[in-house]
Design a binder for this molecule. Sequence first.
Ligand SMILES: O=P(O)(O)OP(=O)(O)OP(=O)(O)OC[C@H]1O[C@@H](n2cnc3c(O)ncnc32)[C@H](O)[C@@H]1O
Ligand SMILES: [Mg+2]
Length: 178
Amino acid sequence: MRVVVGSHNPAKIEAVHTAFEKMGLEANITGVDVETGVSAQPFTDEETIEGAIHRAENSLNAQDGEVVDFGIGLEGGVVETPYGLFVCNWGAVVSKDGVVGIGGGHRVQLPDTIAQELREGRELGPVMDRWAGGHDIKKREGAIGVLTNHRITRVTMFRDVVICAFARFSNPQFYVGT
Ligand SMILES: O=P(O)(O)OP(=O)(O)OP(=O)(O)OC[C@H]1O[C@@H](n2cnc3c(O)ncnc32)[C@H](O)[C@@H]1O
Ligand SMILES: [Mg+2]
């Protein structure tokens, strides 16, 4: 099957590859740059889900004249809670018939110094790189990898997000009428 992911971030592309492997599905997977329609740093679950859906829809339509079976959008954001700022992650899969599957990922609490910079309007990518002394962490282990000592990485986290978002395609009988 033909699958297009709405990003060129290698961590996201690898996550989709490993998800398809785990689901036992053969796919030709490529990435494409798309609009998310939301801010670069989403600040709620709803905004993050919206970004994932936009990415998935735009991926499906990005390949001129080619039939794409699934468009996939993976989006990271943060959510404010009474216990601090948490990273949140959402994924959307849109089929060529327009059916949408959504899955969510882990949440990890950000250290207060990082949270404060984000509240002041900065983006997690560069803030995390400076704080952890790394380069393009978002393309590799991600904030979740740094904060969990690589026990969970951005790749394994987004892999499981994709598998969750695929539930309604793996088991369409459970989702009839929804
Ligand atoms: O090229 P794209 O696909 O945009 O990839 P990206 O790495 O910029 O990823 P997103 O735009 O989907 O999400 C950025 C958000 O991802 C979350 N995130 C988690 N780990 C991150 C990291 O190490 N660096 C940057 N963002 C991270 C964080 O909430 C950011 O607001
Ligand atoms: Mg981005």
